[in-house]
Ligand binder design. Structure first.
Ligand SMILES: Cc1cc2nc3c(=O)[nH]c(=O)nc-3n(C[C@H](O)[C@H](O)[C@H](O)COP(=O)(O)OP(=O)(O)OC[C@H]3O[C@@H](n4cnc5c(N)ncnc54)[C@H](O)[C@@H]3O)c2cc1C
Length: 571
């Protein structure tokens, strides 16, 4: 069973403790029940019950404290973090958000050399604390260079912090909020890294003013002000280039979880959709008997399975990352950008199936339609991530390097490198293994058509390379990035389809939609104002039709239909 089913939780863990955490969390939500879950969502009830449960079971302490700082059962183990992400989002994105922004807040702390703050944090986690990351400001969005929060030096290691932050999760209750700011030391230029600084504040301090909740929801996304908040050297986490690196490294790690939130949401919505459609009888036949409904389900299911295969495989690369192997930075950007965008597609497809039912307040689906939209937009928009992804294209296509194959990584280990990554410069030095190894390992009709598309794309890259103006045109580059993303997406999906023994029918059906998507993005790029004749000619050759294999399609449909009635949340 590849999709999460809380009634038959089969995900394997190397120890009973980890599995126990997941089962207890499922039990917590099932005991809470759907009626209360939905009522709390509608009434925007702060999730104190969930936080009390987390505190009692010391869940954040176990899952979010690196081995060095916690009890023996604590470690930062991405395999467990994946499992917990998926369960939380399966029940409600707000619960997931409290956990996710805690992860973000902890990033600059665990990356810091401030041992006292780290020990204090480990204790706060044991006490049931939650955390926050204060990066965003009202006027600056993604532009971190323009940060205005000021840390003013008073001399003798004393400081005051002055300024405000906007859109900060857990900003009402966080035991510590990690704040990104600038010192008042004059810089050499606008982008002088020496002025950046990270420090921690307590959200309950009298000089911390929680202004309001910016969203009308269960979670608290704060605007807050620091009104000459007093600090000493002991509260500083990092300075200068190190502080800047902590920001990017924290986001590089944290954004991975957004893909899992999308997967959790889509999985729960899928059970509701198939069970509704398979039991609804119109004109004397079941809704699932309509061919267009089957096609919608097949597309939604294959997209969801692809999301999960890719995200799991990206996790393997994240867990084995090192100074010499930072391939995970590309893969995580794709988890963030592509997997979350695919999540929106899955919900759109399923909503077309269940139509009016998807509006009903009592369904999980009605909250899924709202929540799934958030994930592509948080922690760097789709555009910001795509702008990062396209930078990897030359290395990916033309500078392949040999690496030992990475296996499935589900052992009980602390992913210590994530907090010891050092400088974020030199993305152009990151190398990748040859994507053709994966593609050559598969011989299925639609994968083979996709390989033909890929060949033409390589020709585009080598012979119709974007000219000077096109490389400055982000609109053109973003479309090209969609094509590149599909190549990487397909590669890791093939790698993981073997590991998880997905079966040929399902893998080929995934490539059926990959062929269609590749054709769609080729046409988009072809239609761009600046595309040249040579580019247009190659792009037209990249548009292909998938090959229909009735047997594969039927096998996948049967797999989907078997999910009918398999899971329903306790009332
Ligand atoms: C519910 C919610 C919770 C949040 N939680 C937190 C939190 O806990 N902590 C925190 O610090 N922040 C948080 N944020 C802020 C979030 O990370 C920002 O919304 C995000 O960084 C984008 O900023 P923006 O929405 O203001 O868009 P802007 O940065 O204003 O972007 C506007 C447009 O320009 C595009 N754009 C901007 N820069 C680039 C670029 N370099 N390349 C290509 N396109 C670009 C964007 O894609 C977008 O289309 C949260 C936001 C929300 C809505």
């Amino acid at each position: 069973m590849f999709l999460l089913n809380p009634h038959q939780y089969t995900r394997e863990y190397p120890d009973e403790e980890s599995r126990g955490i997941m089962l207890k969390t499922i039990e917590f939500f099932e005991n809470k029940g759907k009626v209360k879950l939905k009522n709390d969502d509608h009434e925007r009830v702060w999730y104190q019950d969930f936080l009390d449960f987390v505190k009692k079971e010391k869940i954040f302490a176990k899952l979010l404290t690196p081995k060095e700082y916690g009890d023996p059962d604590s470690r930062w183990d991405t395999w467990r973090i994946i499992g917990f992400n998926e369960i939380l989002a399966f029940y409600g994105l707000h619960y997931w958000y409290a956990w996710q922004v805690s992860i973000l807040g902890l990033g600059p702390i665990w990356m810091s050399k401030n041992e006292d703050v780290k020990k204090k944090t480990a204790q706060l986690l044991k006490d049931g604390g939650i955390f926050g990351l204060g990066l965003s400001e009202k006027e600056h969005g993604a532009d971190l260079y323009s940060t205005e929060m000021l840390l003013k030096a008073l001399g003798d290691g004393n400081y005051v912090a002055r300024g405000s932050k906007y859109y900060i999760g857990n900003g009402n209750k966080a035991s510590l909020v990690s704040i990104f700011a600038k010192t008042d030391k004059p810089g050499d230029s606008e982008n002088d890294y020496s002025r950046y600084v990270f420090f921690v504040v307590d959200s309950q301090h009298e000089k911390y003013e929680c202004v309001k909740n910016l969203v009308n929801a269960q979670s608290y996304v704060a605007e807050f002000k620091l009104n000459d908040y007093p600090l000493t050297e002991a509260d500083i986490l990092s300075k200068g280039r190190e502080a800047w690196d902590c920001t990017l490294n924290t986001v590089n790690i944290g954004k991975y979880n957004l893909g899992w939130a999308s997967i959790g949401i889509c999985t729960h919505a899928f059970y509701e959709a198939i069970t509704h459609a398979a039991t609804r009888n119109l004109y004397g036949k079941y809704v699932t008997d309509f061919p267009h409904i089957r096609q919608l389900f097949v597309d939604a299911y294959t997209r969801l399975i692809a999301m999960k295969l890719f995200a799991l495989r990206a996790g393997d690369y994240m867990r084995t990352a090192s100074q010499e192997d930072r391939r995970y930075i590309l893969y995580n950007s794709i988890v963030k950008m592509k997997v979350t965008s695919e999540g929106e597609q899955v919900i759109n497809l399923l909503w077309d199936v269940i139509a009016a039912r998807g509006f009903e307040a009592e369904t999980y689906f009605s909250q899924a339609t709202r929540d799934i939209r958030a994930l592509p937009k948080l922690e760097g928009t789709v555009h910001v991530n795509m702008a990062q992804i396209v930078k990897f294209m030359p290395a990916y296509f033309f500078m392949a390097k040999e690496f030992s194959p990475i296996p499935k990584v589900d052992d009980a280990k602390d992913d210590a490198f994530l907090f010891n990554q050092g400088i974020t410069k030199g993305l152009n030095l990151i190398r990748f293994h040859d994507y053709r190894i994966a593609y050559d390992s598969v011989n299925l009709p639609n994968a083979n058509i996709f390989k033909k598309q890929l060949e033409a794309f390589s020709e585009f890259m080598a012979q119709a390379t974007p000219d000077g103006d096109q490389t400055k045109d982000l609109d053109f580059l973003l479309s090209m990035g969609e094509l590149f993303t599909l190549v990487v997406y397909g590669q890791l999906i093939i790698e993981n389809a073997r590991i998880y023994d997905t079966g040929d029918a399902l893998l080929d059906q995934i490539f059926d939609l990959m062929v269609r998507d590749f054709s769609k993005y080729s046409l988009q790029l072809h239609s761009k104002q600046s595309s040249t004749e040579q580019q247009q000619e190659i792009l037209l050759r990249m548009i292909k039709k998938p090959q229909t294999d009735k047997e594969h399609y039927e096998t996948v449909w049967k797999e989907i239909y078997s999910l009918n009635g398999l899971y329903e949340m306790r009332k």
